[in-house]
Design a protein around this ligand. Structure first.
Ligand code: ZN
Ligand code: ZN
Length: 315
């Protein structure tokens, strides 16, 4: 049976969010700016949920919650050769000394943006996923299979139990997402700014159909009630009479022709149509159907999959 993760959710006002932010200039931090002006800038851009996710440094957001009146998840970016966002819990997994991310150490290779560690430790990455999960958190594999520090596909294949992958983080890694889904692993997709500098702010974001609290955001993210946006807004995504009906508009309410691309197992393009809205009749052998929508100007929206419950072995 095909399941629509948006069913009963679209009446909720979605919360704009980014969970991948580097900020703070104190000891152990990796930001270029202090935390407060960064939170303030995001809030002023309409964001209602954030996470300060510094490399290997857990940030307690409690002092900022009341002041800024938005949901702030506790978290960090687990960082060795592999990067993983650990959100919504106080869990912190120490990094083994021999794979620690510290520019200038032996074993580092020069990447385009500075030294990058090449040594892998898949067991410790799995431990970080497990620690996060058992503490009630949510983990997201960062920038998979892209960038010089991207988490490679063979590492992704070797771990389990994570919740989502970043489908947009600078590059579009839809092909890796289809690879994961096509193996029968139901994972959700997110987008992030990977904020380090002001020019990263608002590159892409997640719209989450949940209560604007830490618990509400996590619950919605676990259900897949969210989409990734790079400027477009989801108006409708319904599953009825064996068809998926979808409508997307510009972020400013502009209604115009969009390219609706329906994508199924192994990344196969099932249908492409240019219109103000679109629908797709499910044949039954797709395993999943997800939407990639692009406006004439190049703005984008990526949905979670409508999925065949019987196909997925890990949910
Ligand atoms: Zn990273
Ligand atoms: Zn990062």
């Amino acid at each position: 049976m095909f399941i629509n993760p948006y069913a009963g959710r679209l009446d909720i006002k979605p919360v704009k969010s980014n969970f991948h932010i580097h900020a703070g200039t104190g000891p152990g931090t990796c930001g270029a700016y202090e935390i407060e002006p960064v939170i303030e800038a995001y809030r002023d851009c309409g964001y209602g949920a954030l996470c300060i996710s510094n490399h290997n440094l857990l940030t307690d957001p409690a002092p900022y919650r009341e002041k800024y009146g938005i949901a702030l998840l506790q978290g960090y970016e687990y960082t060795t050769r592999e990067h993983l966002l650990c959100l919504g819990s106080p869990a912190f997994t120490p990094i083994p000394q021999d794979v620690i991310f510290r520019p200038g150490r032996d074993g580092l290779e020069e990447g385009p943006f500075g030294p990058v560690h090449r040594k892998r430790n898949v067991e410790n990455l799995q431990k970080a996923i497990d620690d996060c999960k058992s503490a009630g958190g949510y983990s997201i594999i960062c920038h998979p299979d892209c960038h010089v520090w991207g988490v490679s596909r063979d590492v992704i294949d070797a771990v389990g139990g994570y919740d989502a992958i970043e489908i947009l983080n600078g590059l579009n890694t839809s092909d890796t997402y289809d690879h994961i889904l096509s193996k029968g692993l139901l994972k959700w997709c997110t987008g992030s700014d990977d904020f380090h500098r002001w020019w990263h702010l608002g590159v892409c974001w997640n719209m989450i159909y949940g209560e604007p609290t830490e618990a509400g955001i996590l619950e919605a993210m676990r259900s897949g009630a969210m989409y990734v946006s790079k400027g477009l807004s989801l108006q409708r995504l319904e599953l009825s009479d064996g068809r998926i009906h979808v409508k997307v508009m510009g972020g400013d309410g502009f209604e115009g022709d969009m390219e609706y691309k329906f994508i199924g197992k192994d990344g196969r393009v099932l249908k492409v149509t240019n219109d103000t809205e679109a629908s797709y009749r499910i044949k039954g052998n797709e395993a999943y159907v997800r939407l990639d929508v692009t406006s004439p100007e190049g703005w984008k929206l990526i949905t979670q999959p409508v999925y065949d419950d019987a196909f997925f072995t890990e949910k």
